[in-house]
Design a protein around this ligand. Sequence first.
Ligand code: KIV
Length: 405
Amino acid sequence: MSIASQPDRVIIFDTTLRDGEQSPGATLNVEEKLAIAHQLALLGVDVIEAGFAVASPGDFQAVKTIAEQVGIPGGPIICSLARAIRQDIHAAAEALKGAARPRIHTMISTSDIHLKYQLKKSRSEVLAIASEMIAYAKSFVDDVEFSPMDASRTEPEFLYEVLARAIAAGATTINIPDTVGYCTPKEIGTLIQGIREHVSNIDGVILSIHTQNDLGLATANALAAIEYGVRQVECTINGIGERAGNAALEEIVMALQVRKPFFNPYFGRSVDDDTPLTNIKTQEIYKTSSLVSQLTGMLIQPNKAIVGANAFAHESGIHQDGIIKHRETYEIMEAAAIGLPENRMVLGKHSGRNAFRTRLKELGFELNEADLNKAFNRFKEVADKKKEISDWDLEAIVRDETQIQ
Ligand code: KIV
């Protein structure tokens, strides 16, 4: 199968407000969801999965409000999740009525373990339900996404059959969930390749991936899927979500941007083509990340890629020296690309003389060599006792060790 029928960029499907909100303790009220949805629209996401309309009256109201206020013409597609159950699909359709471009995302499990213990249904029953419920969703909206839950642990021949039937019933996006975050990137590649080779009608729909982070592989798996022709990625801000979370939007988008020459050929482009691979306005990433963290109460680990407090901070002397001489020695992207004013030099026990001198200059202290040596030695003694040296500490050191007052 060729990729000619697929878009020449990656559709960013943001599920912060649905899967992200499934993070224990991250519950959001309608106003909070609406604030995040407005910011996601500014960020430029293509699809907002606003919630699971049937889950609660609050979630119904959130999907409805977002559909009406964010899903305006020219805005993102607004989506609601629905199990392959009539009542769920009806609730999703009702909540989405105000959206200019509504999408119903319906799902049913397909792996034997889910069929046996959770659904207690046979494969032929699942096939029939999927077809019937996709057709039902289609009676409300044109845009229907189908997810065979636990796809990555589903017997491949059965998965191909479900997908072919789902497309025949009217699904326009086929999403492949690695529901329990079980796959490695190579396995994801094989899975997508198998689908593209064995599902004869896959060419006419958008192929999507949904990766969970149980083994810390969600972003790597999503990127591997893109290499194999997937053109929609489901992700969340800060990677929040059920259990260990989902693929992080900011990681996928920045990987596609920073490594564009690597990814371009997978889109049939020349290596040096500069056209962006997503519609995301990356300068909005930091603001969006902070808003989601603040409203969900989910703190961001300092070493989190792209948006962690240390992602653009340098402490070691060797690194600081390199950065001062040429930023690209130790940075593969600029802080400004995600909307941060600048990178950060952290002065601590690993820092070197060059960073120390540069920071003192910024604070207005020009020391001669002898004073600089004395101050630097004192700084190292203090740094051994403190995690981070503040500007106040530096000033005190300079005044103690030199004649400067
Ligand atoms: O993890 C999962 O399987 C899901 C689907 C509904 C896409 O969240």
